[in-house]
Write a protein that binds this ligand. Structure first.
Ligand SMILES: [Zn+2]
Ligand SMILES: [Zn+2]
Ligand SMILES: [Zn+2]
Length: 143
């Protein structure tokens, strides 16, 4: 069994859930995406009609509670991806024009800056989300 799948099953189990067919299909879909977060609409388009809509929504909710997925906010909408436990902690560059999301994982100095900022306020940081928004290289070239 691949390592990621073990994480998936362990997380489901510790949330008191089992891997039903709709849940497994959702997991499989998200893990096949090579780190491109998906909108809920895309998830539904990919899974329905194999899975009914209500089950997809229920599976998404269960995954969020179990820490299997996390939201990536882009504007007032959001996309979902497998959580940091699968990909490691990272941030995203989000293109406002084409919507492309690029993971950023080389960011030691970024992490220590955030630590420093928290410490300045005597704050113990446990978690953070940071998305960098702008225009990607391809979109810039098309101007
Ligand atoms: Zn772009
Ligand atoms: Zn990501
Ligand atoms: Zn970070």
């Amino acid at each position: 069994m691949p390592y990621a799948e073990k994480i998936y099953l362990t997380k489901l189990k510790s949330a008191g859930l089992s891997s039903t067919q709709p849940r497994y299909l959702l997991y499989e879909l998200l893990s096949s995406r090579d780190h491109q977060p998906m909108s809920v609409r895309d998830v539904i388009a990919a899974l329905c009609p194999r899975v009914d809509r209500a089950s997809v929504y229920r599976a998404l909710k269960a995954f969020e509670q179990a820490g299997i997925i996390q939201r990536v906010s882009s504007g007032w909408k959001y996309k979902v991806e497998l959580s940091d436990d699968f990909h490691g902690h990272h941030h995203h560059l989000i293109c406002k024009r084409c919507g492309r999301i690029t993971p950023v994982d080389d960011h030691d100095s970024l992490e220590s800056t955030l630590e420093q900022v928290s410490r300045k306020y005597a704050f113990s940081m446990q978690d953070h989300q940071l998305e960098i928004k702008g225009i990607c290289a391809d979109c810039k070239r098309q101007n």
